[in-house]
Design a binder for this molecule. Structure first.
Ligand SMILES: Cc1cc2nc3c(=O)[nH]c(=O)nc-3n(C[C@H](O)[C@H](O)[C@H](O)COP(=O)(O)OP(=O)(O)OC[C@H]3O[C@@H](n4cnc5c(N)ncnc54)[C@H](O)[C@@H]3O)c2cc1C
Length: 415
Protein backbone atom coordinates (compact mmCIF):
# COMPACT_ATOMS: atom_id res chain seq x y z
CA UNK A 1 0.00 0.00 0.00
CA UNK A 2 1.16 3.54 -0.85
CA UNK A 3 0.31 6.51 1.36
CA UNK A 4 0.27 9.93 -0.28
CA UNK A 5 0.43 12.81 2.16
CA UNK A 6 -1.12 15.98 0.74
CA UNK A 7 -3.94 16.41 -1.79
CA UNK A 8 -2.43 19.39 -3.60
CA UNK A 9 -1.99 19.05 -7.36
CA UNK A 10 1.08 16.82 -6.97
CA UNK A 11 -0.66 14.43 -4.55
CA UNK A 12 -3.79 14.24 -6.71
CA UNK A 13 -1.82 13.54 -9.91
CA UNK A 14 0.16 10.89 -8.07
CA UNK A 15 -3.01 9.17 -6.81
CA UNK A 16 -4.53 9.18 -10.31
CA UNK A 17 -1.49 7.43 -11.76
CA UNK A 18 -1.37 4.85 -8.94
CA UNK A 19 -5.10 4.18 -9.28
CA UNK A 20 -4.70 3.66 -13.05
CA UNK A 21 -1.90 1.16 -12.37
CA UNK A 22 -4.08 -0.78 -9.92
CA UNK A 23 -1.82 0.01 -6.97
CA UNK A 24 -3.47 0.28 -3.55
CA UNK A 25 -3.19 3.87 -2.30
CA UNK A 26 -4.51 6.19 0.40
CA UNK A 27 -4.49 9.99 0.20
CA UNK A 28 -4.25 11.89 3.50
CA UNK A 29 -4.94 15.62 3.51
CA UNK A 30 -4.97 17.92 6.53
CA UNK A 31 -7.39 20.42 4.98
CA UNK A 32 -11.08 19.71 4.40
CA UNK A 33 -10.77 19.93 0.60
CA UNK A 34 -8.30 19.04 -2.16
CA UNK A 35 -6.08 21.55 -4.00
CA UNK A 36 -3.53 22.88 -1.53
CA UNK A 37 -2.39 26.22 -2.93
CA UNK A 38 -4.96 26.06 -5.74
CA UNK A 39 -8.33 26.77 -4.18
CA UNK A 40 -11.39 28.97 -4.61
CA UNK A 41 -13.53 30.33 -1.83
CA UNK A 42 -17.17 31.04 -2.67
CA UNK A 43 -18.66 33.88 -0.60
CA UNK A 44 -22.33 33.82 0.55
CA UNK A 45 -23.09 36.45 -2.16
CA UNK A 46 -21.61 34.17 -4.85
CA UNK A 47 -18.20 35.76 -5.55
CA UNK A 48 -15.48 33.27 -6.46
CA UNK A 49 -12.26 34.29 -4.75
CA UNK A 50 -9.23 32.30 -5.84
CA UNK A 51 -6.64 31.79 -3.12
CA UNK A 52 -4.27 34.20 -4.80
CA UNK A 53 -4.46 35.27 -8.41
CA UNK A 54 -3.45 32.27 -10.52
CA UNK A 55 -3.91 31.23 -14.12
CA UNK A 56 -3.65 27.98 -16.02
CA UNK A 57 -1.83 28.05 -19.36
CA UNK A 58 -3.16 25.86 -22.16
CA UNK A 59 0.45 25.37 -23.27
CA UNK A 60 1.25 23.44 -20.08
CA UNK A 61 1.95 19.91 -21.37
CA UNK A 62 1.05 17.83 -18.31
CA UNK A 63 -2.04 19.84 -17.40
CA UNK A 64 -3.27 19.59 -20.99
CA UNK A 65 -2.98 15.82 -21.01
CA UNK A 66 -4.20 15.16 -17.47
CA UNK A 67 -7.10 17.61 -17.25
CA UNK A 68 -10.31 17.74 -19.22
CA UNK A 69 -9.85 21.40 -20.15
CA UNK A 70 -13.23 21.64 -21.86
CA UNK A 71 -15.04 20.45 -18.75
CA UNK A 72 -13.38 23.26 -16.80
CA UNK A 73 -15.23 25.71 -19.10
CA UNK A 74 -12.10 27.74 -19.81
CA UNK A 75 -12.42 31.50 -19.93
CA UNK A 76 -9.43 32.92 -21.78
CA UNK A 77 -7.56 36.11 -21.06
CA UNK A 78 -6.41 38.12 -24.03
CA UNK A 79 -2.77 37.35 -24.59
CA UNK A 80 -1.07 40.58 -23.54
CA UNK A 81 -1.34 43.33 -20.97
CA UNK A 82 -2.33 46.93 -20.35
CA UNK A 83 0.58 49.04 -19.17
CA UNK A 84 -0.37 52.05 -17.03
CA UNK A 85 1.76 54.86 -15.66
CA UNK A 86 2.32 58.58 -15.59
CA UNK A 87 2.05 58.79 -19.37
CA UNK A 88 -1.28 57.00 -19.60
CA UNK A 89 -2.33 53.57 -20.85
CA UNK A 90 -0.86 51.40 -23.54
CA UNK A 91 -1.85 47.93 -24.71
CA UNK A 92 0.67 45.27 -25.66
CA UNK A 93 -0.56 42.06 -27.28
CA UNK A 94 1.10 38.81 -28.25
CA UNK A 95 1.26 38.87 -32.07
CA UNK A 96 1.08 35.06 -32.21
CA UNK A 97 -2.46 35.21 -30.82
CA UNK A 98 -3.45 38.68 -31.99
CA UNK A 99 -1.80 39.09 -35.43
CA UNK A 100 -3.95 42.18 -36.23
CA UNK A 101 -2.23 44.01 -33.41
CA UNK A 102 1.07 43.88 -35.36
CA UNK A 103 -0.25 46.71 -37.52
CA UNK A 104 -0.48 49.01 -34.50
CA UNK A 105 2.64 47.65 -32.74
CA UNK A 106 4.99 50.14 -34.46
CA UNK A 107 2.96 52.91 -32.79
CA UNK A 108 3.69 51.68 -29.25
CA UNK A 109 5.22 54.68 -27.54
CA UNK A 110 6.63 52.91 -24.53
CA UNK A 111 9.37 50.97 -26.31
CA UNK A 112 11.94 51.86 -28.94
CA UNK A 113 12.24 49.81 -32.15
CA UNK A 114 15.40 48.20 -30.79
CA UNK A 115 13.56 47.16 -27.62
CA UNK A 116 10.68 45.71 -29.63
CA UNK A 117 13.13 43.64 -31.68
CA UNK A 118 15.05 42.47 -28.57
CA UNK A 119 11.83 41.51 -26.79
CA UNK A 120 10.69 39.54 -29.84
CA UNK A 121 14.10 37.86 -30.04
CA UNK A 122 14.14 36.94 -26.35
CA UNK A 123 10.71 35.31 -26.65
CA UNK A 124 11.30 33.61 -30.04
CA UNK A 125 14.59 32.05 -28.94
CA UNK A 126 12.83 30.22 -26.11
CA UNK A 127 10.06 29.00 -28.42
CA UNK A 128 12.68 27.13 -30.46
CA UNK A 129 13.96 25.18 -27.46
CA UNK A 130 12.47 22.05 -25.89
CA UNK A 131 10.86 22.28 -22.43
CA UNK A 132 13.49 19.88 -21.07
CA UNK A 133 16.38 21.97 -22.30
CA UNK A 134 14.81 25.14 -20.89
CA UNK A 135 14.21 23.73 -17.42
CA UNK A 136 16.80 20.96 -17.43
CA UNK A 137 19.50 22.94 -15.72
CA UNK A 138 19.75 26.18 -13.84
CA UNK A 139 21.17 29.06 -15.79
CA UNK A 140 23.31 30.42 -12.95
CA UNK A 141 21.97 33.91 -13.62
CA UNK A 142 18.81 35.69 -12.53
CA UNK A 143 15.87 36.62 -14.72
CA UNK A 144 16.88 40.28 -14.37
CA UNK A 145 20.40 39.52 -15.61
CA UNK A 146 18.98 37.61 -18.57
CA UNK A 147 16.72 40.54 -19.43
CA UNK A 148 19.71 42.91 -19.23
CA UNK A 149 21.73 40.60 -21.50
CA UNK A 150 19.17 41.39 -24.19
CA UNK A 151 19.56 45.12 -23.53
CA UNK A 152 16.03 45.33 -22.14
CA UNK A 153 16.28 48.06 -19.54
CA UNK A 154 14.47 51.32 -18.81
CA UNK A 155 10.84 51.56 -19.91
CA UNK A 156 10.50 48.08 -21.39
CA UNK A 157 11.69 46.65 -18.07
CA UNK A 158 9.74 48.90 -15.72
CA UNK A 159 6.53 49.15 -17.72
CA UNK A 160 6.24 45.58 -18.92
CA UNK A 161 8.82 42.94 -18.01
CA UNK A 162 9.14 43.63 -14.30
CA UNK A 163 5.45 44.07 -13.47
CA UNK A 164 4.49 41.05 -15.60
CA UNK A 165 7.13 38.55 -14.47
CA UNK A 166 7.31 39.78 -10.86
CA UNK A 167 3.63 38.84 -10.74
CA UNK A 168 4.39 35.41 -12.19
CA UNK A 169 7.42 34.66 -9.99
CA UNK A 170 6.01 36.57 -6.97
CA UNK A 171 9.45 38.18 -6.89
CA UNK A 172 9.67 41.92 -7.47
CA UNK A 173 13.46 41.87 -7.86
CA UNK A 174 13.35 39.28 -10.66
CA UNK A 175 16.05 37.39 -8.77
CA UNK A 176 14.46 34.09 -9.88
CA UNK A 177 16.62 31.79 -11.98
CA UNK A 178 16.64 32.77 -15.66
CA UNK A 179 15.69 29.22 -16.72
CA UNK A 180 12.23 29.86 -15.27
CA UNK A 181 11.90 33.15 -17.14
CA UNK A 182 12.83 31.37 -20.38
CA UNK A 183 10.36 28.53 -19.80
CA UNK A 184 7.54 30.87 -18.81
CA UNK A 185 8.22 33.14 -21.78
CA UNK A 186 7.79 30.16 -24.07
CA UNK A 187 4.59 29.03 -22.37
CA UNK A 188 3.06 32.52 -22.39
CA UNK A 189 4.15 33.14 -25.99
CA UNK A 190 2.72 29.89 -27.35
CA UNK A 191 -0.22 29.45 -25.00
CA UNK A 192 -3.15 31.31 -23.57
CA UNK A 193 -3.87 31.99 -19.92
CA UNK A 194 -7.26 30.85 -18.70
CA UNK A 195 -9.50 30.64 -15.68
CA UNK A 196 -11.99 27.82 -15.20
CA UNK A 197 -15.44 29.48 -15.25
CA UNK A 198 -16.11 28.49 -11.64
CA UNK A 199 -12.67 29.27 -10.22
CA UNK A 200 -9.21 27.73 -10.10
CA UNK A 201 -10.43 25.36 -7.39
CA UNK A 202 -12.23 23.45 -10.16
CA UNK A 203 -8.86 22.04 -11.25
CA UNK A 204 -8.23 19.98 -8.09
CA UNK A 205 -11.96 19.23 -7.83
CA UNK A 206 -11.90 17.66 -11.26
CA UNK A 207 -8.86 15.56 -10.39
CA UNK A 208 -10.30 14.46 -7.03
CA UNK A 209 -13.58 13.47 -8.69
CA UNK A 210 -11.69 10.85 -10.71
CA UNK A 211 -10.38 9.20 -7.57
CA UNK A 212 -12.15 6.66 -5.37
CA UNK A 213 -13.66 8.77 -2.56
CA UNK A 214 -13.13 5.97 -0.02
CA UNK A 215 -9.36 6.38 -0.49
CA UNK A 216 -9.31 10.16 0.07
CA UNK A 217 -9.29 11.25 3.69
CA UNK A 218 -9.67 14.94 4.48
CA UNK A 219 -9.04 16.53 7.87
CA UNK A 220 -6.30 13.92 8.30
CA UNK A 221 -3.09 15.69 9.30
CA UNK A 222 0.05 13.57 9.32
CA UNK A 223 2.16 14.47 12.33
CA UNK A 224 4.97 11.90 12.10
CA UNK A 225 6.50 9.21 9.94
CA UNK A 226 6.73 5.73 11.41
CA UNK A 227 10.31 4.52 11.19
CA UNK A 228 11.74 1.08 11.77
CA UNK A 229 14.81 2.26 13.66
CA UNK A 230 16.34 5.41 15.00
CA UNK A 231 18.60 5.83 12.00
CA UNK A 232 15.31 5.87 10.11
CA UNK A 233 16.42 4.14 6.94
CA UNK A 234 12.93 2.89 6.16
CA UNK A 235 9.49 4.22 6.94
CA UNK A 236 6.62 1.85 7.52
CA UNK A 237 3.73 4.28 7.75
CA UNK A 238 2.47 7.52 9.22
CA UNK A 239 0.91 8.78 12.41
CA UNK A 240 -2.02 11.19 12.22
CA UNK A 241 -2.65 14.10 14.58
CA UNK A 242 -5.50 12.00 16.02
CA UNK A 243 -2.91 9.41 17.11
CA UNK A 244 -4.07 6.85 14.51
CA UNK A 245 -1.20 4.91 12.92
CA UNK A 246 -1.46 3.70 9.33
CA UNK A 247 1.09 1.28 7.87
CA UNK A 248 2.33 1.43 4.28
CA UNK A 249 5.01 -0.03 2.00
CA UNK A 250 5.77 3.36 0.48
CA UNK A 251 5.11 6.92 1.62
CA UNK A 252 4.99 9.93 -0.70
CA UNK A 253 5.20 13.37 0.88
CA UNK A 254 3.33 15.59 -1.58
CA UNK A 255 3.25 18.36 1.00
CA UNK A 256 4.73 21.83 0.94
CA UNK A 257 8.45 22.13 1.69
CA UNK A 258 7.98 23.43 5.26
CA UNK A 259 5.88 20.39 6.22
CA UNK A 260 8.29 17.91 4.64
CA UNK A 261 11.23 19.50 6.46
CA UNK A 262 9.32 19.27 9.73
CA UNK A 263 8.43 15.61 9.21
CA UNK A 264 12.00 14.77 8.18
CA UNK A 265 13.66 16.91 10.89
CA UNK A 266 15.46 18.91 8.22
CA UNK A 267 16.34 22.58 8.37
CA UNK A 268 14.30 24.47 5.80
CA UNK A 269 16.74 26.08 3.39
CA UNK A 270 14.56 28.22 1.18
CA UNK A 271 12.64 31.39 1.96
CA UNK A 272 9.00 31.79 0.90
CA UNK A 273 7.46 34.67 -1.00
CA UNK A 274 4.39 36.21 0.56
CA UNK A 275 1.50 37.63 -1.42
CA UNK A 276 -1.86 39.25 -0.84
CA UNK A 277 -4.77 39.36 -3.21
CA UNK A 278 -7.29 42.15 -2.65
CA UNK A 279 -10.78 41.67 -4.05
CA UNK A 280 -13.07 44.58 -4.89
CA UNK A 281 -16.56 44.66 -6.36
CA UNK A 282 -18.40 47.23 -8.44
CA UNK A 283 -21.26 47.58 -10.90
CA UNK A 284 -19.74 49.01 -14.06
CA UNK A 285 -16.83 47.88 -16.24
CA UNK A 286 -13.62 49.84 -15.69
CA UNK A 287 -11.87 49.04 -18.96
CA UNK A 288 -12.35 46.78 -21.96
CA UNK A 289 -10.89 43.33 -22.53
CA UNK A 290 -9.67 40.38 -20.48
CA UNK A 291 -6.29 41.87 -19.79
CA UNK A 292 -3.95 42.11 -16.86
CA UNK A 293 -3.15 45.71 -15.91
CA UNK A 294 0.48 46.45 -15.05
CA UNK A 295 1.21 49.60 -13.02
CA UNK A 296 4.70 50.76 -13.98
CA UNK A 297 7.80 50.89 -11.81
CA UNK A 298 9.64 48.85 -9.26
CA UNK A 299 7.97 50.59 -6.35
CA UNK A 300 4.32 50.18 -7.30
CA UNK A 301 2.37 48.73 -4.36
CA UNK A 302 -0.06 46.90 -6.65
CA UNK A 303 1.98 44.59 -8.89
CA UNK A 304 -0.92 43.89 -11.19
CA UNK A 305 -4.68 44.00 -11.19
CA UNK A 306 -7.47 42.74 -13.40
CA UNK A 307 -11.22 42.94 -13.67
CA UNK A 308 -11.77 39.19 -13.50
CA UNK A 309 -15.33 39.55 -14.81
CA UNK A 310 -13.98 40.83 -18.14
CA UNK A 311 -12.51 37.33 -18.55
CA UNK A 312 -14.83 35.13 -16.47
CA UNK A 313 -18.21 36.77 -15.72
CA UNK A 314 -19.06 33.73 -13.56
CA UNK A 315 -16.61 34.98 -10.89
CA UNK A 316 -19.23 37.50 -9.63
CA UNK A 317 -22.99 37.31 -9.06
CA UNK A 318 -25.15 38.59 -11.93
CA UNK A 319 -24.83 42.33 -12.48
CA UNK A 320 -21.73 42.60 -10.29
CA UNK A 321 -18.04 42.79 -11.15
CA UNK A 322 -14.94 41.46 -9.38
CA UNK A 323 -11.45 42.93 -9.48
CA UNK A 324 -8.36 41.30 -8.03
CA UNK A 325 -5.20 43.23 -7.16
CA UNK A 326 -1.93 41.56 -6.21
CA UNK A 327 0.52 42.95 -3.66
CA UNK A 328 3.87 41.21 -3.20
CA UNK A 329 5.41 40.84 0.25
CA UNK A 330 2.68 42.97 1.82
CA UNK A 331 3.60 44.82 5.01
CA UNK A 332 1.54 44.02 8.09
CA UNK A 333 -1.73 45.96 8.46
CA UNK A 334 -4.80 46.83 6.45
CA UNK A 335 -3.66 47.90 2.99
CA UNK A 336 -7.04 47.91 1.25
CA UNK A 337 -7.30 51.74 1.36
CA UNK A 338 -3.83 52.16 -0.15
CA UNK A 339 -4.56 49.57 -2.84
CA UNK A 340 -7.79 51.34 -3.76
CA UNK A 341 -6.03 54.72 -3.83
CA UNK A 342 -3.33 53.42 -6.16
CA UNK A 343 -5.84 51.97 -8.62
CA UNK A 344 -7.94 55.17 -8.40
CA UNK A 345 -4.98 57.06 -9.84
CA UNK A 346 -5.40 55.18 -13.08
CA UNK A 347 -9.14 54.54 -12.97
CA UNK A 348 -11.05 57.36 -11.22
CA UNK A 349 -14.34 55.39 -11.43
CA UNK A 350 -12.79 52.76 -9.18
CA UNK A 351 -13.69 55.08 -6.28
CA UNK A 352 -17.23 53.67 -6.49
CA UNK A 353 -16.02 50.10 -5.97
CA UNK A 354 -16.19 48.36 -2.59
CA UNK A 355 -13.47 46.36 -0.91
CA UNK A 356 -14.55 42.73 -0.39
CA UNK A 357 -11.72 40.73 1.09
CA UNK A 358 -7.95 40.29 1.35
CA UNK A 359 -6.47 36.82 0.96
CA UNK A 360 -2.96 36.74 2.36
CA UNK A 361 -0.74 33.77 1.59
CA UNK A 362 2.23 33.59 3.88
CA UNK A 363 3.86 30.67 2.09
CA UNK A 364 3.16 31.27 -1.57
CA UNK A 365 6.20 30.11 -3.54
CA UNK A 366 9.56 28.84 -2.33
CA UNK A 367 12.55 30.90 -3.49
CA UNK A 368 13.85 29.95 -6.94
CA UNK A 369 17.01 32.04 -7.05
CA UNK A 370 19.95 30.71 -9.11
CA UNK A 371 21.22 27.57 -7.41
CA UNK A 372 17.84 26.82 -5.82
CA UNK A 373 17.90 23.10 -6.70
CA UNK A 374 20.79 22.66 -4.27
CA UNK A 375 18.60 23.91 -1.43
CA UNK A 376 15.62 21.70 -2.17
CA UNK A 377 15.12 18.59 -0.06
CA UNK A 378 16.15 15.25 -1.54
CA UNK A 379 13.53 13.61 -3.77
CA UNK A 380 14.01 10.13 -2.30
CA UNK A 381 15.55 10.40 1.16
CA UNK A 382 15.09 6.70 1.95
CA UNK A 383 14.35 3.75 -0.39
CA UNK A 384 10.59 3.81 0.24
CA UNK A 385 10.04 7.50 0.92
CA UNK A 386 9.54 10.04 -1.87
CA UNK A 387 8.91 13.78 -2.05
CA UNK A 388 6.73 15.29 -4.77
CA UNK A 389 5.45 18.72 -5.77
CA UNK A 390 7.06 22.10 -6.12
CA UNK A 391 9.34 21.40 -3.17
CA UNK A 392 11.41 19.20 -5.53
CA UNK A 393 10.49 20.71 -8.92
CA UNK A 394 10.03 24.28 -10.08
CA UNK A 395 6.96 26.06 -8.78
CA UNK A 396 4.02 25.85 -11.12
CA UNK A 397 0.75 24.03 -11.59
CA UNK A 398 2.24 21.99 -14.41
CA UNK A 399 5.42 21.06 -12.55
CA UNK A 400 3.47 19.98 -9.48
CA UNK A 401 1.29 17.71 -11.64
CA UNK A 402 4.29 16.33 -13.54
CA UNK A 403 6.17 15.71 -10.32
CA UNK A 404 3.21 13.75 -8.92
CA UNK A 405 3.03 11.56 -12.03
CA UNK A 406 6.79 10.98 -12.11
CA UNK A 407 6.86 9.95 -8.46
CA UNK A 408 3.99 7.51 -8.96
CA UNK A 409 5.82 5.98 -11.94
CA UNK A 410 8.94 5.50 -9.84
CA UNK A 411 6.97 3.85 -7.04
CA UNK A 412 5.21 1.57 -9.54
CA UNK A 413 8.47 0.56 -11.18
CA UNK A 414 10.18 -0.37 -7.92
CA UNK A 415 7.36 -2.56 -6.61
C1 LIG B 1 -0.51 33.08 -5.04
C2 LIG B 1 0.01 32.01 -5.96
C3 LIG B 1 -0.03 32.24 -7.33
C4 LIG B 1 0.43 31.24 -8.19
N1 LIG B 1 0.28 31.45 -9.53
C5 LIG B 1 0.50 30.42 -10.37
C6 LIG B 1 0.13 30.54 -11.74
O1 LIG B 1 -0.46 31.54 -12.17
N2 LIG B 1 0.42 29.49 -12.56
C7 LIG B 1 1.06 28.37 -12.11
O2 LIG B 1 1.32 27.47 -12.92
N3 LIG B 1 1.40 28.23 -10.81
C8 LIG B 1 1.12 29.21 -9.92
N4 LIG B 1 1.39 29.06 -8.60
C9 LIG B 1 2.14 27.87 -8.15
C10 LIG B 1 1.30 26.62 -7.96
O3 LIG B 1 0.02 26.91 -7.46
C11 LIG B 1 2.04 25.68 -6.98
O4 LIG B 1 3.36 25.50 -7.42
C12 LIG B 1 1.37 24.32 -6.89
O5 LIG B 1 -0.01 24.44 -6.65
C13 LIG B 1 2.03 23.49 -5.79
O6 LIG B 1 1.35 22.27 -5.65
P1 LIG B 1 1.88 21.14 -4.66
O7 LIG B 1 0.95 19.99 -4.79
O8 LIG B 1 3.33 20.91 -4.91
O9 LIG B 1 1.82 21.77 -3.19
P2 LIG B 1 0.56 22.26 -2.30
O10 LIG B 1 -0.47 22.88 -3.16
O11 LIG B 1 1.15 23.10 -1.22
O12 LIG B 1 -0.04 20.92 -1.68
C14 LIG B 1 0.43 20.37 -0.49
C15 LIG B 1 -0.76 19.74 0.23
O13 LIG B 1 -0.28 19.08 1.40
C16 LIG B 1 -1.19 19.30 2.45
N5 LIG B 1 -0.51 19.10 3.71
C17 LIG B 1 0.47 19.87 4.26
N6 LIG B 1 0.86 19.35 5.44
C18 LIG B 1 0.14 18.21 5.63
C19 LIG B 1 0.14 17.22 6.67
N7 LIG B 1 0.94 17.30 7.73
N8 LIG B 1 -0.72 16.19 6.56
C20 LIG B 1 -1.55 16.07 5.47
N9 LIG B 1 -1.58 17.00 4.47
C21 LIG B 1 -0.73 18.04 4.55
C22 LIG B 1 -1.63 20.76 2.23
O14 LIG B 1 -2.80 21.07 2.91
C23 LIG B 1 -1.77 20.78 0.72
O15 LIG B 1 -3.06 20.41 0.32
C24 LIG B 1 0.96 30.03 -7.69
C25 LIG B 1 1.00 29.81 -6.31
C26 LIG B 1 0.51 30.78 -5.46
C27 LIG B 1 0.49 30.49 -3.98
Amino acid sequence: MVIIVGAGLAGLACAIRLQEAGVEWLLLESDDHPGGRVATEITPEGYRLDRGFQVLLDSYPTASSLLDLKALQPRYFQSGALMVGEEGWERILNPLHHPDWLLSAPLIRSFSLREKISLGLLASLQCLRSDDSLLGQESGISALQEISRFGLEGDVLEKFLRPFFAGVFLDNDLGTDASILRYDLKKFALGRALLPANGMGEIPRQLASRLASSRQRYGARVQALLRKDRAGDCVFGVELASGEKIEADHVILATDESTSCLLLSLKEQRAWSQVSTFYFTGNDPLYEGGLLVLPEGKNALVRHFTDLTNTAPEYAPKGKRLLSATVLNPPVGDLSGLVQKEINRYLPDFREWKFLQEIRIVRALPSQIPGFHRFQPERRPTPNLWLAGDQVAHASIDSALASGLRTADEVISCR
